[in-house]
Design a protein around this ligand. Structure first.
Ligand code: NAP
Length: 249
């Protein structure tokens, strides 16, 4: 087991990539803090599945865009498990609108979750990890966060995911030498988020990927496992692309 007795906080883990990561980490022996905002029933289902795998889990409903709720997320994690070893900043949102329809409120909402939420969770986790001089932080960005793969109908999302990559690299310096900070950059993954794509985007996501398919959430979970485990102790400030070769097109 690669994560025996480790404690992992995984934001946005009621479904999709976060859920797949929670289940894989539980199989590898970690205890999991499941998090979501609205969908309590789905979050509790993930907790149940983790328990069946023989690991412990709690659900903390917390909106990571709000400082007081992020504090609650980490307070409850420490109260239940005593510490936090791994943080996966996975919760993410975006606004599928063209430029002239986007509002400053759309941008604020996206940046509050994807950028400020990631920052707040890193800050709270760092307080715990710096004391024990050990920890792993993984920030989930997106292919859309790379300048050459953005999309004109998803401007706030692309900019926020670029910020996540920049933040990851500088945070890796700030938290060295004891805490590793890395980013996973998923390509097109088959989750609920991908249901908002139009037909053309979905078709090109498959056709233009070298491997001619979407990425499975479980495949992002495996990249997260590598970066959360001791196998990646020499890796920090890196950006790991998992995109079925889409970026080679
Ligand atoms: N799917 C893709 O193709 C793809 C590609 C590249 C990158 N990504 C990134 O990978 C991550 C996961 O994507 P996904 O497709 O698995 O997403 P998803 O299916 O839409 O799930 C998002 C999760 O985040 C939670 N969430 C949203 N806002 C939150 C907030 N403010 N506080 C706490 N939890 C919040 C949701 O919980 P509630 O239901 O309770 O709101 C849900 O559990 C995101 O950061 C996304 O940008 C995805």
């Amino acid at each position: 087991m690669k994560l025996k007795n480790k404690v992992a906080v995984i934001t946005g883990s009621s479904r999709g990539i976060g859920k797949a990561t929670a289940l894989l980490f539980a199989k590898e022996g970690a205890n999991i803090v499941v998090n979501c905002t609205t969908n309590k029933a789905k979050g509790l289902k993930v907790v149940e599945e983790i328990n069946k795998l023989g690991s412990q889990a709690i659900l903390v409903q917390a909106d990571i865009s709000k400082p007081e709720e992020v504090k609650k997320l980490f307070d409850e994690s420490v109260k239940k498990f005593g510490t936090v070893d791994i943080l996966i900043n996975n919760a993410g949102i975006g606004t599928p609108k063209e430029l002239l329809k986007l509002t400053s409120e759309d941008w604020e909402k996206t940046f509050r979750t994807n950028v400020i939420g990631t920052f707040l969770c890193c800050q709270e986790a760092s307080k715990i990890m710096l004391k024990k001089k050990k920890g792993k932080i993984i920030n989930i960005s997106s292919l859309r966060g790379l300048p050459e793969f953005g999309r004109s109908g998803y401007l706030d999302y692309c900019a926020s995911k670029a910020a996540v990559i920049n933040f990851t690299k500088n945070l890796a310096k700030a938290l060295a030498p004891h805490i590793n900070v890395n980013s996973v950059v998923p390509g097109f993954v088959d989750t609920e988020m991908s249901q908002v794509w139009d037909k053309k985007t979905r078709e090109s996501a498959i056709k233009d990927a070298c491997l001619k398919r979407l990425v499975k959430p479980e495949e992002i979970a495996k990249a997260n496992l590598y970066l959360a485990s001791d196998d990646s102790d020499a890796v920090t400030g890196t950006v790991l692309l998992v995109d079925c070769g889409f970026s080679l097109k």
